[in-house]
Ligand binder design. Structure first.
Ligand code: SF4
Length: 58
């Protein structure tokens, strides 16, 4: 059965976090219209320092 969230795939937001309830399973895209990205570091220096703050666990 097709995941209904994939009808809303936002091709401007690629994402591989399948554990997020906004992720389009089967497609590596977010289903939200927009997301908020933040950091947990004082001085971010690499991708690992950033977070999707719109993440919600399934
Ligand atoms: S909310 Fe963030 S983590 Fe979740 S699917 Fe969208 S981009 Fe990925």
């Amino acid at each position: 059965m097709k995941d209904t969230s994939c009808t809303n795939a936002n091709h401007a937001i690629e994402c591989t976090v399948k554990e997020c309830k906004h992720h389009c399973s089967g497609e590596n895209y977010c289903s939200l219209n927009k997301i908020r990205v933040g950091t947990h570091e004082t001085n971010p220096t690499k991708p690992d320092c950033t977070d999707c703050n719109s993440f919600q666990v399934k």
